[in-house]
Design a protein around this ligand. Structure first.
Ligand code: SF4
Ligand code: SF4
Length: 298
């Protein structure tokens, strides 16, 4: 059953409690892990890599995952088309991101880009051809200094103080799209049309099976902006982000290092900090000073 805008407002109020109250994965009845279990057989992973697949340090089963500053590390060399596609599918499924035939109206929370578009400042004629072919996963960077939040006239988008996640309060969004203009990463999408099937719109915008796949996660209204929320609703239930969970299951099966790792940037013992110590990483457009919290191992 679709949750319309009015219901979403009622459920969500003016805060991100809308995302925390009804975890999307629970509503599905299955977790991304279970979904993958149906598809995958047994796997093996070298013991030396197992620590990188842990939940964020300090987490307690069933309790909300907390951090002072959430961050993600994307190991592009551990990615392939299958993993990248599974990340996108999992994210869009648990957040009711619809499939749209018209590319002008597309909604994206996580997607693949080519190296030259992700790191235009790092592009030169001698860049490794293999690197150019890797599927770079991009999403909202949950910037430490987010320009999108500064320009929003209604504070519909804001950085959560306790952990730095940049969130949307959908019912405060007036659709001015200032945030979209301010984001240098194209991380935000605008809902040009209503998100559920209706006469005349069905051929353009729909969910697989015609209904939102996660009934308890709110669908969005026409005229609002949306983007990746670092799975705030899942963190509130002690679950890691859907894309991270799915990618780690696939990486385990393939016997490779995790392609996505999530953790507390301010915890020196967290998995993300371990990776940042071990590897040279880059962030998108550092010259702009937004300080992305998504790091890339290339
Ligand atoms: S990536 Fe864009 S939308 Fe996300 S926090 Fe940074 S500026 Fe805002
Ligand atoms: S963190 Fe969550 S919302 Fe963001 S891209 Fe990954 S699955 Fe989607």
């Amino acid at each position: 059953m679709a949750v319309n805008r009015r219901k979403f407002l009622k459920i969500g109020g003016a805060s991100i409690l809308a995302f925390g109250a009804k975890p999307a994965a629970d509503a599905l009845g299955i977790s991304p892990t279970e979904w993958l279990d149906e598809k995958l057989g047994g796997f093996t992973i070298p013991e030396t890599l197992l620590h990188l697949f842990r939940k964020p340090a300090g987490s307690v089963a069933g309790e909300a995952l907390t951090a002072k500053r959430w961050a993600m590390v994307v190991n592009v060399r551990a990615l392939d088309e299958e993993i990248a596609e599974a990340c996108k599918e999992a994210c869009h499924r648990v957040h009711n991101v619809p499939e749209i035939d018209n590319p002008k109206h597309e909604i994206k929370w996580i997607w693949q880009e080519e190296y030259e578009h992700v790191f235009p400042g790092q592009q030169h004629e001698h860049v490794d051809e293999a690197l150019k072919k890797l599927p770079f996963l991009v999403m909202c960077n949950h910037c430490f200094n987010p320009p999108c939040c500064r320009v929003c006239p209604t504070k519909a988008t804001f950085k959560r103080k306790k952990d730095g996640i940049v969130l949307m309060d959908m019912h405060r969004c007036i659709g001015c799209r200032f945030c979209m203009a301010a984001c240098p990463f194209g991380a935000r999408s605008f809902n040009w049309i209503i998100p559920w099937p209706r006469a005349g719109a069905e051929e353009e915008r729909r969910f697989k099976g015609k209904e939102p796949p996660t009934p308890d996660y709110p669908t969005r209204a026409k005229g609002v902006v949306e983007k990746c929320n670092f799975c705030a609703e899942r963190l509130a239930k002690g679950q890691i982000p859907a894309c991270v969970e799915v990618s780690q299951e696939l990486c385990k099966k393939k016997g490779r290092e995790p392609a996505l790792v999530f953790g507390d940037l301010e915890d020196p013992d967290s998995e993300v900090r371990q990776l940042l110590r071990l590897h040279y990483t880059i962030r998108r457009k550092p010259e702009l000073g937004s300080h992305p919290n998504v790091y890339y191992i290339v």
